[in-house]
Design a binder for this molecule. Structure first.
Ligand SMILES: [Zn+2]
Length: 123
């Protein structure tokens, strides 16, 4: 193997390593997107269920919902289409540590989160 072949071989190896790393990053992003889709679906399910309950049991209208959404949005002083969680995150019932919202399980002991409110798994 001459020096040209050695350099060529090293360059090919580096390109393969870089391609593998890029592939890992794509896999991580795809996993993150899947997690976000699961949270979004959970949020949509809870929201639709609440809305159906309110319409069926209490007769609220779409206009009242739109007004209430705007009032809720403005609770943090900004009409930005977002809501800030105001209650503290729940504690793990097994180890007592704070469970990060959106994980669905304790990052310390792995216990599945229970309790909290219906939105804890969507934040
Ligand atoms: Zn725990």
């Amino acid at each position: 193997m001459d020096i040209f072949d050695a350099v060529q071989s090293a360059n090919i190896h580096q390109a393969r390593v870089a391609a593998d790393r890029a592939g890992d990053k794509v896999d991580n992003v795809a996993q993150r997107i899947t997690e976000l889709e699961m949270r979004m679906n959970r949020l949509a399910l809870v929201t639709h269920s609440l809305w159906e309950l309110l319409k069926d049991r209490h007769g609220y209208t779409e206009e009242e919902l739109r007004d209430w959404v705007n009032l809720t949005d403005l609770k943090d002083g900004r009409l930005d289409g977002r809501v800030r969680q105001t209650t503290p995150p729940p504690n793990c019932h097994k180890c007592g540590r704070v469970v990060t919202r959106g994980l669905g399980r304790c990052m310390y002991c792995g216990e599945f989160a229970t309790g909290g409110d219906a939105f804890d798994r969507v934040h």
